[in-house]
Design a binder for this molecule. Sequence first.
Ligand code: 3ON
Ligand code: FE
Length: 491
Amino acid sequence: MTSNLLSNPTTEKSYDRTEWKKGYQSQPNEYDYWVDDIEGEIPHDLRGTLFRNGPGLLDIHGTSIRHPFDGDGMISAISFKEGKVHFRNRFVRTEAYVQEQASGQILYRGVFGTQKPGGLLNNAFDLRLKNIANTNVIYWGDKLLALWEAAEPYRLDPATLETIGLDYLDGLLKPGDAFSAHPWIDPSCEMDGGKPCFVNFALKSGLSSKITIFEFNLQGKLLRRHAHAIPGFSFIHDFAITPHYCIFFQNPVGFNPFPFLFGLKGAGECVQYQPNQPTRIIMISRQEPDAKPIIIETPSGFVFHHANAFEVDNKVCIDSICYDSLPQVDPDISYKDVDFDKLDPGKLWRFSVNLETKIVERELLESRCCEFPAIHPDQVGRNYRYLYIGAAHHPTGNAPLQAILKIDWQTGERQLHSFAKHGYVSEPVFIPKPNATAEDDGWIITLVYDGSHHRSDVVILDGKNLNEKPIARIHLKHHIPYGLHGSWTSE
Ligand code: 3ON
Ligand code: FE
């Protein structure tokens, strides 16, 4: 749509760094209001709430945190009803947030390098993980849960976003247990007569790793749980599902605990990418939990997110955003001064695993820098036609996400809706229209940080045609810092 905004796309940057940086300012305020500054019109049949999570604070009482992934979780709820829209945001009152806000200083080390004041003496051997509940938020089985992969979920009141407390999933988790921030909803589970179920995992990593799979019914009751030992250290952020498998990419990484133990680095900064080691694809059977996991090697790369997976004949295909190396922030500079050109962009690959020969084929599907995929909820784990994903404005190189890209796998057609030069997108969500039959007949909603006004917009695009101007552009009264993940709950 807007590639023509820039006169010389090869030499001119699509963004202004000073504006981009402002999207990383803390948002300490908590709001609750009906939004009235709207361009376009909100569809009357769009009913429900978009919950979003992400770091709301990038500093603790004036001291910058080391990395945005260390920022305290702040939930936004954007609710649509009869053509009107309501906004609300609240911090998750984690134990650490409450203590730090009361004391006015950093009391915990962060996984991604934030340290307490007082140098090594005050940081060494403090091995507590600060559960910041900042990665995802999902409503399931009557519970709204804020998720962070290395600890238990926090339960929130879906109407007010007030924090109820840590949630042990009716006793399934013990204090300190992990529960991933990347659940999937199987739209029609073969084992449950076609009812939807919620599938998630927990990773316990050490010299060897343990992956536990959980499946819950619509009421939030446990259907299935099974645990598997996997050789080697793992850092696994996301997974993919098909009707028969849970699929994990064990990235080629090692872990050197000493800088963490001695107070020099965060635990996450001690994860080292090993370019000469292969990635291991781990496939755990959902239907035969006693079966040994299938482990197959493929050339190296680092994956945070998977777009989807599906089974065709004797193959399992996994579409994933793959980096040539683990993006690492230079210890001497702020993440805000990162040199985009020095980091590998995420690109979309298809990995096709032949279940008989155990051979994996890799195909580069899209070389534009992209992250944060979204698909039609009914296509999860199934062969699908359309992918929506956050993408860079320019077709090559590494840059902030400023556009939403739609890919049609059947025709190969790409549509790009770019918000450059002042807009920065977040993860899109696809919401099917009521009674729609076509896979792309729905709305795409994404939060766009507008650097020229230092505020965020909620933007609704037509999923069928991203080239059109937005159906609605809802101007919030303030900004929301760049976020991570969220989910849609219809009424
Ligand atoms: O043994 C442990 C394994 C494990 C799970 C080591 C460990 C303590 C490092 C660990 C914990 C990992 C955690 C807490 C990971 C948290 C990740 C997080 C909060 C976010 C990840 C985001 C990923 C991406 C790709 C974000 C992209 C953002 C943009 C493109 C722009 O905003
Ligand atoms: Fe994620």
